[in-house]
Write a protein that binds this ligand. Structure first.
Ligand code: GLY
Length: 353
């Protein structure tokens, strides 16, 4: 898998012009959703290279990350004259970069594409690392391909357009990158004041966060080993996300991951010796900024079943975790008994309640 170029933008217009001009293309397409077509496309529309770009607009939200939207993008590319030498720009959050990336990876057996992520979550996670795909048959990311964008342009200016919840949602993945990388980055992340965001500081933290992800993906692009470190917090986090959805109170992905990290840090402490002071410090930050998800011991069986049905975290019927022996000291392919998992839920309820 070829490496993608990640550009931390000073001026998204100039950087996009440069990125697009580096390709010898015949037609340029830009995939956006109804929201980014309205709010973000006008910000780049006047850049000379974008004036003739053909817009392809899809529905907003994960429910549109499906075969119908993908077929629509393929159809628009086909009808509007795309060839093997055309170029696609994805302008949006993770749903747009995942689906648009998959459309590019498959149209005419693959055309080049550029990601311009517009949410913090997609800047530090979805748009970087080459995972593309759609939901299918009720399963998330069931069909897809590893197909990195040629360039990813990260402009934290877009973060200013997000509400606090969406900033915090992306920040949870940054916190994860801090935990799996080094103590200096981890403490910088915990020291940030999330009530009064310093956007210059955030831009620096985002650059470092993306670097953490890139370094891991470079070692293991297809998630056969160390890339599983990026799943830290997600085994329990996905169960919380599905539980919240089932209960009719959906939560943002990053919130579920933050709460999942509380449980998985405790498991790391118990099974891998993660230091208790760092556990306390991280949990305090999450409690202060993310609040908690409500559940009682009557919900433990449901949460455990959800973990067992998450294909990503289960092999041979056993739930897998990535754990940490310390910040940056990663242990992949760890397991825990049902009894231990229930102890994590107890820890969560006692600490976060
Ligand atoms: N979102 C985790 C990964 O890209 O591997």
């Amino acid at each position: 898998m070829s490496k993608q170029e990640v550009i931390i933008c000073r001026n998204v217009g100039e950087d996009l012009e440069r990125a697009v001009s580096s390709h010898a293309y015949d037609r340029l397409f830009v995939v956006a959703d109804e929201h980014t077509a309205r709010c973000c496309l006008p910000l780049v529309r006047d850049i000379p290279c974008m004036r003739d770009a053909v817009p392809v607009c899809i529905g907003v939200g994960d429910m549109h990350k499906n075969l119908e939207s993908l077929a629509y993008v393929w159809g628009q590319l086909s009808e509007k004259g795309a060839t093997r030498h055309s170029l696609l720009v994805n302008l949006g959050g993770g749903m747009v970069t995942d689906l648009g990336g998959f459309a590019a990876a498959t149209f005419k057996r693959g055309i080049p594409y550029i990601n311009v992520p517009t949410t913090l979550l997609s800047m530090v996670d979805a748009a970087v690392g080459g995972k593309t795909g759609i939901n299918f048959n009720g399963l998330k990311n069931e069909v897809g391909a590893f197909a990195p964008a040629d360039q990813v342009l990260i402009d934290c200016g877009f973060v200013r357009t997000l509400d606090r919840d969406n900033v915090l949602s992306g920040y949870a993945e940054m916190l994860k990158h801090g935990l799996i990388s080094d103590t200096a980055h981890w403490s910088e992340l915990l020291a940030a004041d999330m009530e009064h965001i310093d956007y210059d500081l955030l831009q620096r933290l985002v650059a470092r966060s993306v670097q953490v992800k890139e370094d891991i993906v470079a070692q293991d692009p297809r998630e056969r080993g160390i890339r599983k470190a990026l799943n830290f917090g997600h085994t329990v986090g996905h169960a919380f996300e599905s539980f919240a959805m089932m209960s009719g109170r959906p939560v943002l992905h990053g919130y579920a991951v933050a709460w999942g990290m509380v449980c998985e840090l405790y498991l790391s402490h118990v099974q891998a010796g993660f230091p208790s002071d760092k556990l306390r410090h991280t949990v305090a930050f999450i409690k202060e900024n993310y609040g908690r998800i409500g559940f009682t011991c009557r919900d433990y069986d449901t949460l455990y079943e959800l973990m067992k049905h998450d294909k990503k975290n289960v092999s041979a019927g056993v739930v897998n975790f990535t754990l940490l022996a310390d910040v940056g000291d990663i242990r992949i392919d760890q397991t825990a008994s049902q009894e231990t998992v229930y102890e994590l839920f107890d820890f969560y309820s006692e600490t976060m309640g």
